[in-house]
Design a protein around this ligand. Structure first.
Ligand SMILES: CC(C)(COP(=O)(O)OP(=O)(O)OC[C@H]1O[C@@H](n2cnc3c(N)ncnc32)[C@H](O)[C@@H]1OP(=O)(O)O)[C@@H](O)C(=O)NCCC(=O)NCCS
Length: 297
């Protein structure tokens, strides 16, 4: 059954409301292809019935609007649309392999974005694309989306987590006044803390002021911007109120945990799977600050 009844037309394509029962047969050429499904949230679909079940579950989510992407003569090339049950309207697209490299995905995505921000009156659309999925990143960029953030994801059928780019396009451009939040931890020994975090987490010193350093930046990326926090020296007699930081990582928790233990950091217990879908362990600094290293479970 179709979840909506809007057909979209572009110069070369017709996007018809996706009907899982009627369209699964043709769309299985995409959903049954390991190369096409390499980046998908689930493994390749085993057969047409599996494709139909997957399409029905996607199309059945509240707010979902999916289209079957067709050539002018009605041949189904793939799917494009809006995901259901997401906080910010999210885009999705996929084409069977022999339809790649002809601009069809960009044409379909642009139509969906135009419809979402136009007729549907949505304020913004988003796409989460794995950082290594260059073809999909290019589609998002050509459909007018730009990078807004990065997140760590872990699909149940994959061995480990991966980094995803959150791309977005607002209906009207809006200024972004806050680009980051930087925490400052009071510590007794800035240099020793920098050394410990370097060994335990591979953190780098962004800057260090004073000799020995009184104030420094702990950079958790090799690049000149990105996740970081600061350390400020406090005197031996000053009271320190411990704080807790969550470090959102896109690698498996196990190897990081082993590295932290080997570095001599105070690590409490093994990585633990949390009910909120993360695997976490805690590094406690001498002042009692807790750094929760949090990987997607
Ligand atoms: C993501 C995906 C849909 C992109 O398909 P695509 O065909 O690469 O994307 P486009 O439609 O934008 O096509 C662009 C290519 O068509 C070429 N092209 C040929 N004729 C064109 C035309 N008339 N207009 C525009 N581009 C044209 C472009 O030069 C470009 O070529 P390039 O790949 O060599 O740079 C496809 O790779 C796919 O299905 N991947 C698997 C599923 C997936 O990852 N989905 C996204 C999950 S986030």
């Amino acid at each position: 059954m179709r979840a909506h009844d809007t057909t979209l037309r572009t110069a070369r394509l017709t996007l018809t409301p996706l009907d899982p029962a009627a369209d699964a047969g043709q769309l299985h050429r995409a959903y049954g292809d390991g190369e096409v499904m390499r980046w998908w949230t689930r493994p390749v679909c085993a057969d047409v019935a599996d494709t139909e079940r997957h399409l029905a579950s996607c199309a059945g989510r509240s707010g979902a609007r999916l289209w079957t992407v067709r050539t002018a003569d009605g041949e189904a090339l793939g799917m494009a649309g809006l995901l259901g049950e997401v906080e910010v309207p999210g885009l999705t697209w996929l084409l069977r392999k022999d339809a790649w490299g002809r601009g069809y995905a960009t044409e379909a995505a642009t139509a969906v974005v135009g419809h979402a921000l136009g007729d549907l009156g949505l304020d913004r659309v988003e796409a989460w694309v794995e950082a290594a999925n260059h073809r999909s990143l290019a589609v998002a960029a050509r459909a007018g989306l730009s990078e807004r953030a990065r997140i760590a994801q872990h699909y149940a059928h994959r061995d480990g987590p991966h980094e995803a780019v959150v791309l977005g396009r607002p209906r009207e451009e809006e200024p972004r006044t806050t680009l980051g939040v930087i925490a400052e931890l009071p510590v007794r020994d800035v240099a020793a803390t920098l050394a410990l975090l370097g060994a335990a987490l591979g953190a780098r010193t962004g800057f260090a002021i004073g000799e020995p350093p009184e104030f420094a930046e702990v950079a958790l990326t090799p690049w000149s911007a990105g996740p970081r926090f600061r350390l400020a020296a406090v005197g031996r007699r000053q009271r320190v109120s411990p704080v807790r930081l969550h470090l959102d990582v896109a690698t498996a928790a196990g190897p990081l945990h082993r590295r932290a233990v080997a570095a001599g950091a105070r690590v409490d217990g093994e990585p633990t799977r949390q009910p909120w879908g993360r695997t976490e362990f805690v590094i406690t600094l001498p002042e009692g600050h807790e750094l929760t290293v949090s990987a997607p479970a």
